[in-house]
Structure formats: C-alpha cells, structure tokens
Design a protein. Structure first.
Length: 328
C-alpha cells in the first residue's frame, strides 16, 4: 500500500518547509511527495526539490483545484494525501487516517498559533441556503469534537483518499478555482454513497488564509461566486423552489457579513459572476442527487446542534430564526 502526498504551493517557503519536515517525521511516511507550484517567486519549489519532493510547475497561479488535480493525475499511490502548504502534521497523522480504512479520512485540525486549542476544521456541511460551515471552526477543542464519525465532505486541508475515489467521483471542479471546490466534491461523494471518516486521533495545525487573507476581496469574490455555482450544480429545480426562502436568507446574510468587513463590492461581483456562469454550470453537471434535500436538512440539524452546544454565531442565529429553524 503506497501513499502519495500532494502539496499545492503558491509562495510561503517557510511554511512549506515546516510541512515537509512534519511529513519526514511521520510514523507512516508518504512514498512520494509531489509539490505542485502555482507560480511561486520566493524559492519555495526549489527548496522542496532540494528536500526530495517531485515538483510540478503550473507556470501560473491556476488555483487550488487545478493544482491538486494535476498532482492527483500524476501520482502513483494507492492512497493520496492532499495537504495545504500551511499545515503541520502530528507524527501519527497519516498512520491514523490509513487505519480508518474508509474511502477518505481527515483529522482534527487545530488553529496554529492560537493561545488555546481552537478548532480550525473537522468536516464541512452545506445548509439549504447554499452556504457551508466548517463544523466547529473557531470553537475551543473539547469532548464534542472527540468522537470519530462518518462524513461525506472533508476539508481538503489535510485529507487522505483512496485513489479509487477519483476514478468514481472525478476530480475537483476547476471552474471553482479556489474555495468551496471541496464542498462540491463532497456533495458528489454523498450522491455516490462514498462515505469517509472524521478521525480526531489524527491531529494537525493549520495557519489558514495565508495566501490572501480571510476577508481579502478576491477571497470574498470567489466564495460568493462559488456559492451560486453550488446551487447550479447540485440543487434540482424542485429543491430550488422549495428552498427559495432559505437560499435568499442564507445568501443575503452572508453578503451582510461581507459588507461588515468592507467587502460588499467584492460580494456583489462574485454574485454577478456566479449568475453569469449559472446556466453553463447547470448544463455541465451530471444527474442531480435525488436525496440532496434530505442531506441538506440533516446537515442543518447537525449545524444547529453544534451551534447550540458551543454558542451561536450571529449568522447562524439569524439564519435559523428567519428560516424557522428555531435558534435559541
């Protein structure tokens, strides 16, 4: 059983070097490390090559999805680990995920540099309104995030896949470029019944939003656009009709958050671009998942349960109040 580790890179030499050091320290090491460079100018790919990684040069910043897809296509492993360049892994990370023996597995990802143990990511859930939540993000680590559980949508921060998953579900949707392309992939896995595992014994630390920043205008534009593309690619017409109010509330509330961070124009640009691409995205998708509405409703129940247990974000409090979810 062989493992290929794929690391998409766009600058951040010091962070990439830290990640490669933690890969070297794994109790179950990757059999090959592939660094896919998106046009770095700070010597990151040269450093990676010097440490023994195979470097693939995209020649430009083609986006996370395109870089990862290129790495997957050129990998040789039976298992494929996809790792953000700004993540560091505990020594048992890959070994713990391989032991899950699932279609894919991800671990408990904590925020690097935080004064206390804060969750950065566990797994992703999409609500009926077309907005996703990385469950537990920003919450203190604790018993709620300690049990292993089945999942369909892992964050691609530090995730291990069977190579067969990509033969069944395809690759990341490159039109997304970056952001929510992993949620799109998770929805496709759910439709095919390809279930994975959240394994909290595997621990990693993530700095997050290093390249642009969480509320950089380009980040907001891409997220706003890709929210629309998720609707186009995964919501059948009857679901769009039944969830119309949820979609309106979810999208406008997210726009209000962007506006509060001074990113209203970027949000508007993203929505306009998403609407312009909507028809093409809908034509280019496969058959809709007939159970998608049930999945979205189940996702909302989990979101509400975790928010109730850990304290409601204002966004989710208003979303559930306005859509009848009964946030308290």
């Amino acid at each position: 059983m062989s493992i290929s580790a794929i690391v998409p890179v766009w600058n951040g030499r010091e962070l990439v070097e830290r990640l490669l050091a933690t890969l070297d320290a794994q109790t179950r090491r990757a059999d090959e490390v592939i660094v896919v460079d998106n046009g770095s100018t700070d010597g990151a790919p040269e450093m990676a090559a010097g440490r023994g990684a195979r470097v693939i040069r995209m020649g430009r910043n083609a986006g996370f999805a395109a870089a990862v897809n290129r790495g997957i296509r050129e990998s040789r492993g039976e298992w494929i680990a996809v790792l953000n360049s700004d993540v560091e892994l505990a020594p048992e990370y890959l070994a713990a995920l391989v032991a899950c023996d699932a279609w894919f597995a991800t671990g408990k990802i904590l925020r690097a540099g935080a004064s206390a143990a804060l969750i950065d990511g566990t797994f992703d859930l999409l609500c009926r309104g077309g907005c996703a939540w990385r469950v537990g993000s920003g919450r203190a680590d604790g018993p709620l995030f300690s049990p292993a559980r089945p999942i369909f949508s892992p964050p691609w921060t530090a995730v291990l896949f069977r190579a067969e998953v990509f033969r069944r579900a395809g690759y990341l949707e490159e039109s997304f470029e970056s952001y929510l392309e992993d949620v799109d992939f998770g929805l496709r896995c759910a439709a095919l019944g390809l279930q994975g595992v959240y394994e909290p014994r595997a621990v990693a630390w993530h700095r997050g939003s290093v390249a642009l920043g969480r509320w950089h205008p380009e980040t907001v534009r891409l997220i706003a656009r890709n929210q629309v593309l998720l609707l186009a690619r995964h919501y059948p017409r009857k679901v769009l009709f039944r969830c119309g109010w949820h979609i309106l509330v979810g999208q406008l509330l997210w726009g209000a958050v962007a506006l509060r961070h001074g990113r209203g124009p970027a949000w508007l640009r993203g929505k306009w671009q998403g609407l312009q691409s909507y028809s093409a995205a809908r034509r280019n998708t496969g058959p809709f998942d007939p159970e998608v509405l049930d999945r979205l409703c189940a996702n909302e129940r989990t979101i509400r349960e975790v928010q109730t247990a850990t304290g409601f974000d204002l966004y989710w409090r208003l979303y559930f109040l306005l859509t009848g979810g009964g946030a308290k």
